[in-house]
Design a protein around this ligand. Structure first.
Ligand code: AMP
Length: 279
């Protein structure tokens, strides 16, 4: 039966005990509104670890004032039931005041893979993510933590974070889970109207067309221009970026011989979708 834990102290009491029992602890950080993408991370954690903690925390510091913090989907009791069915050991759900008490004065700021892509449109974002992930790792003290490739830049940022701060945890990236038509699962897909949901698939299709162009060693500037126009012609209102990057540093690349990642972010009405695939 999953325990629902609200304080850092209580969380540490549990993990200290588990560590004393020589149990391997896995953490899956989420913002809730759980879907099968989250569940795939939990399954991976259960395969590798004896105890699995899922955190649910809608982190205010990664939202800008004009973003969707207030409307972000919250379905706590459904999530808890689902996690109980999945057999997780603990659900860590700290209130905002537990993570950011009034005297709070420390943030983690990053460059490297945090530069460009998401940061160009959301300059505050990775500072919020890096700060909360550092705090969640310190609160739960896991041996291994699981993140989705769906948020590929975030995964690279977190690998850099634990390296730079010498946080003793293994970071594992898990493949993106998609709907049958290819749309990457996301809690924000709930915002899409029925018409937008049909159009949304075009983002993945566009990334696939860029992958084909990349693998055919075509002129990628032209390919990106065409892909951007295809999105705009298919109902997307704005394209924040379509980029081919070196797979680990996330610096833009034209080197067809090195591992690459193709990443995109675009708006369908009021909903911002992101996705990525390998080059
Ligand atoms: P979120 O609740 O959106 O912050 O996501 C929590 C974790 O689930 C992050 O590591 C995400 O990358 C991961 N995740 C979200 N959607 C998917 C997906 N469709 N497939 C795999 N992992 C995902």
């Amino acid at each position: 039966m999953a325990r629902v834990i609200h304080t850092v102290q209580d969380m540490r009491n549990h993990t200290t005990q588990w560590r004393e029992n020589r149990q391997r602890i896995g953490l899956v950080p989420t913002m809730g509104a759980l879907h099968n993408g989250h569940l795939s991370l939990i399954k991976a954690a259960q395969q590798h670890c004896d105890r699995v903690i899922v955190s649910i925390f809608v982190n205010p510091t990664q939202f800008a004032p004009n973003e969707d913090l207030d409307s972000y989907p919250r379905q706590e009791s459904t999530d808890i039931h689902r996690l109980q069915d999945e057999g997780v050991d603990a659900v860590f759900m700290p209130p905002v005041a537990e993570m950011y008490p009034e005297h709070y004065a420390t943030t983690v700021s990053m460059t490297g893979p945090a530069k460009g892509l998401e940061t160009n449109s959301r300059p505050h974002f990775f500072q919020g993510v890096a700060t909360v992930v550092a705090k969640l790792l310190l609160a739960t003290n896991p041996h291994q933590a699981f993140f989705g490739e769906k948020d590929y830049q975030q995964l690279m940022v977190i690998k850099q974070l634990v390296d730079d701060l010498h946080i003793p945890v293994e970071i594992t990236g898990c493949p993106t889970v998609r709907d049958s038509d290819g749309l990457a699962l996301s809690s924000r897909n709930q915002y899409l109207s029925a018409a937008e949901r049909k159009q949304a698939i075009q983002l993945y299709k566009t990334l696939q067309s860029l992958q084909k162009a990349w693998r055919g060693q075509q002129d990628m500037n032209t390919a990106i221009q065409t892909a951007t126009q295809t999105l705009l012609d298919n109902g997307f209102s704005k394209v924040d970026y379509l980029s081919i990057c070196q797979a680990h540093t996330l610096k833009p690349t034209t080197d067809f011989t090195a591992p690459a990642r193709i990443l995109g972010a675009a708006w369908l009405g009021n909903t911002r979708l992101i996705d990525n695939i390998e080059g």
